[in-house]
Design a protein around this ligand. Sequence first.
Ligand code: FEO
Length: 168
Amino acid sequence: MNKKLADAINTQLNYEIESAHVYLAMQGYVATLGLEGFENWLGIQYQEELAHAKKFIMFMNERGARVEIRGFENPRNDFESLLEVFEVSLKHEKGVTDRINNLMKIAHELNDYASISFLQWFVDEQVEEEDNFQKLIDKIKMVSDGGGLYHLDKDLATRVFVDPNAQQ
Ligand code: FEO
């Protein structure tokens, strides 16, 4: 694989692992609020981000590119409110979308059709990621009383991890 694209994908797979830690830290915060459903939901998000990293790693290995795992800054552990957690998450996901779009741009510049095909999964996934967080922000804003939040929390307790790498 072209070195510029391999380096950019390597950076992204590390950012996916960093993203997993962002959500793991958020899970710790919501646990202090006693919201077990939100805790479950963010735990699944953590697993999803690791699965995204794994998907990139498998692709790099298939293409004979060297994977390098790096470190990163501490994630944010404290928040003002439940709403802020999801507002920060949506902003984070928009940043991920920009990064994926940039990878796609590089793949197009190189006429790397295998990478274009592979990256399309992430383009589609980011539409879902942003939509998930936007919908949760809307719902959190809608539930103004404790009863509503209780039911939303129960709803989120039902989210389960579906490994995207097992579906291939
Ligand atoms: Fe891996 Fe949430 O994007």
